[in-house]
Ligand binder design. Structure first.
Ligand code: AKB
Length: 317
């Protein structure tokens, strides 16, 4: 029986930690990491690694056949802020990579897919507080439009072709191992680096901008739990709302100041403010909690403690 896993986009923020977690769970040789570029030493040395362009169907198919892959985690994507600068490229990458894996499953070359969606599927007309699973969705960003269209296609491939595709609408993900690239929620990571380096952070969002966030450890656990849940439990084949905490820049600042009392924040909002303003402030994730027993464990102070503990040595703090 085929039983290997392929991660597309393994060198990105989520892909890096997902690769480690999957290798710990299933064994290094069972998890094939891939990206358009080589990863760090740990990524390259701990298990198989292949260069794959996720927009190229044949190059994915070759690796699927060569390694007898059964599951694909498609983590390659262009995030919200970068996608606003390169709309056509973002649409091409985000959609064609998804069609490639959906079609591989339709043709029974793989058995299961994980595809990440995002809170970006919601837009300015969506209820902002405790945003329900099913509600008005009129995303105003290229990234959000691609994620919403992707969700529709996932559900379509499940209903029409029986493709076992599973998905989470990730909030902003906070992590220390790999820097994020080109997202709007990235400020909540950058702030820790700048706190340790300069004791000051200039925030590209204005004060009072509340956004839903989650710690990487929780996000990875949610992903593994969703993928290992039995099929009958997965009632939603578009994408599950997922929540942990919500905060505004003042609150993360106050949390950091508990450990670095002299830390200061200033505000210089840029184009990312419009993106943040179009997104929910908090998310209702009852379906995930009921269907596959999702529960987060990190609150803001626990995140701050772990971030500063792990990033401190990098800045000699
Ligand atoms: C972004 O900010 O673009 C991402 C996301 C919320 O999907 N972190």
């Amino acid at each position: 029986m085929k039983s290997r896993i392929l991660i597309l986009g393994a060198c990105g923020q989520i892909g890096t930690e997902l690769t480690t977690a999957l290798r710990q769970k299933y064994g290094n040789h069972k998890v094939i990491a891939s990206d358009i570029r080589e990863g760090d030493d740990e990524m390259m040395e701990n298990g198989p690694f292949e260069i794959i362009d996720a927009t190229n169907y044949e190059s994915i198919e070759n690796i699927v056949i060569q390694y007898e892959i059964s599951e694909v985690y498609l983590m390659a994507a262009m995030l919200s802020a970068t996608a606003e600068k390169f709309p056509a490229k973002a649409w091409q990458l985000n959609m064609s990579s998804l069609f490639n894996v959906l079609n591989l499953a339709k043709e029974k070359k793989i058995e299961k897919i994980f595809w990440p969606s995002s809170i970006a599927v919601f837009g300015p007309s969506t209820p902002k507080v405790n945003t329900p699973q099913r509600t008005v969705m009129e995303p105003s960003t290229v990234y959000g439009i691609s994620k919403q269209a992707g969700e529709r296609w996932c559900e379509y491939y499940f209903n029409k072709y029986g493709v076992d595709v599973r998905s989470i609408r990730y909030p902003g993900i906070i992590s220390w191992q790999t820097l994020p690239g080109g997202g709007t929620t990235d400020y909540a990571i950058d702030i820790y680096h700048k706190a340790l380096k300069h004791n000051k952070y200039i925030c590209f969002l204005k004060s009072g901008t509340t956004l839903p966030m989650i710690y990487m450890d929780d996000a990875i656990r949610a992903t593994l739990d969703l993928m290992s849940a039995s099929s009958e439990k997965i009632k939603i084949r578009s994408s599950y709302n997922l929540a942990a905490i919500s905060f505004e820049p003042e609150e993360i600042t106050a949390s950091i100041q508990k450990q670095l009392p002299d830390f200061k924040i200033e505000y210089e909002p840029d184009f990312r403010q419009n993106i943040a303003d179009s997104w929910p402030q908090s998310i209702d994730d009852t379906n995930a909690r009921v269907d596959w027993e999702w529960k987060h464990s990190y609150d803001l102070d626990a995140i701050t403690e772990d971030m500063l503990k792990n990033l401190g040595p990098k800045y000699n703090s």
